[in-house]
Write a protein that binds this ligand. Sequence first.
Ligand SMILES: Cc1cc2nc3c(=O)[nH]c(=O)nc-3n(C[C@H](O)[C@H](O)[C@H](O)COP(=O)(O)OP(=O)(O)OC[C@H]3O[C@@H](n4cnc5c(N)ncnc54)[C@H](O)[C@@H]3O)c2cc1C
Length: 512
Amino acid sequence: MDTKINHIVVVGGGSAGWLTAGLLAAEHGQQLKISLIESPHINTLGVGEGTWPSMRNTLQRIGIEEIDFLRTCDASFKQGSKFINWCNDQGNDFYYHPFMSPTGYEHINLHSVWQSQAPHQTFASAINNQSDVCQAGLAPKQLATPSYASVTNYGYHLDATKFAQLLTTHCTTKLGVNHIQDHIISINNDSDDYIQSIETESGQTIKGDLFIDCSGLTGLLIGQHYGIKNLSQKHILFNDSALAVQVQYENDDSPIESATLSTAVDNGWIWDIGLPSRRGTGHVYSSQYQTDEQAKETLTKYLSETIGTEKTQALSFRKISFEPAYRKKFWHKNVVAVGMSAGFIEPLEASALALVELSISMISEQMPKNREQMAIIEKRFNQRFEYRWQRIIEFLKLHYVISKREGKYWDAHKASDSIPSRLQELLTLWKYQTPSRYDLPEQEEIFPSVSYQYVLYGMGFKTSPVQLSQEKQKIGAQLILQNTQKTKQCLDGLPSNRTLIRSLITQSPKEL
Ligand SMILES: Cc1cc2nc3c(=O)[nH]c(=O)nc-3n(C[C@H](O)[C@H](O)[C@H](O)COP(=O)(O)OP(=O)(O)OC[C@H]3O[C@@H](n4cnc5c(N)ncnc54)[C@H](O)[C@@H]3O)c2cc1C
């Protein structure tokens, strides 16, 4: 049997599907045919508004100009996350998990430098300038900074529906992606149990050699067809529900936040994302600990504080349910699950689209030529991504475990039988030593050890400082001083998020 890969069929037209089709068409479109099929009856999720800095590279690889992306996707710059009220229930704490790694991180123990030289500052602020830039609502660059380049590292906040529309136009008009709007009704295997073709409602039979399952939470090919199970993680991370709502700004000049705001509440947390034309907000919670009505009350109270009761009461909330889980296998035979079909835990730290980008990068860079090669890549892909899902779960859980908040929901999160044993061991270790590359040894860790440090020390976790040599103390003092100077330069020289976006768009008013 000829098992050569000639035709890739992407199933699903959400962010995952179009990012996949775009990257594969940009990098393999000369040799391979790429088709994308999406159902006219099933809407895309339409949430997922926070990205990581990796999205800059992905967009460049797909061939999208940054200015076109900013304009058409109502996008703004995101420099990290601001966690509010996560440390305790007093209502007065916050810390940042910025995107930038601090200078000197690889060479010196910055935790000890911070403890010995600048304990009056927060950890993030003492060793890096980005949390102060975010706190001041500033942009990550100046008007003259080239596209996709930065002064401080950044990703984006974006309108997910507009993002899928931009990708659709770009992929179909510039990259030759064959776009099929039809509903899949059945799937045919060959004698080796590989998928040979899919049948659609309008009577088409679409043959393919490699199928990328981006069909969302149902996992049409990986789950429904092949029966690969979703491994529930609800015993570790309990959130399974979200209420989402879009909110207008007070006026056209209202500031745009430079980080995703994530505010802890009694039974979950609230996200607040600033786009140029509106805010995207929502409450993530566990149905085990509160009803939808209680969730609505909590979100209403939060929104009333910024837009007033009357405007809040006029809003319509959208409920989304999900099982926090990931697939036992992501690649099976000639199907690879990417996006929600591969799994979803919860949006804290916005890692879902980053996982999509990592998945499609590996598929593109390891593109198999035939089934013999594909079977080996399948094994490697599954090992690598199982590792990544487990690290995501541990990192998200960390935010809950070290909180001093109380109440049934928070207490349950801290119960030792809900904490993965590897994380329990690390927490013991981190009392004596800081998170390092020995704890996160992979070259492409989804969350590097500095992310753990930002969260741990942002939340008041105590690690015994090490005694630094005199020479290291001198280097440390210089790093702290340089960071103070850089912070001042940034605070003096960077425009606000809104000013930069407005200037970029008015300077280059071309419509796509
Ligand atoms: C509350 C919430 C907040 C989130 N926030 C973030 C965030 O800040 N950052 C982040 O990175 N991620 C976030 N995510 C995740 C993010 O939304 C998703 O990763 C992203 O939207 C990709 O979804 P998708 O393309 O996999 O699936 P979907 O958008 O659900 O698309 C599924 C596609 O499959 C098609 N389809 C389904 N069945 C068929 C069929 N039978 N025939 C043909 N086509 C079919 C549908 O028509 C649709 O086009 C969030 C998720 C939730 C629930």
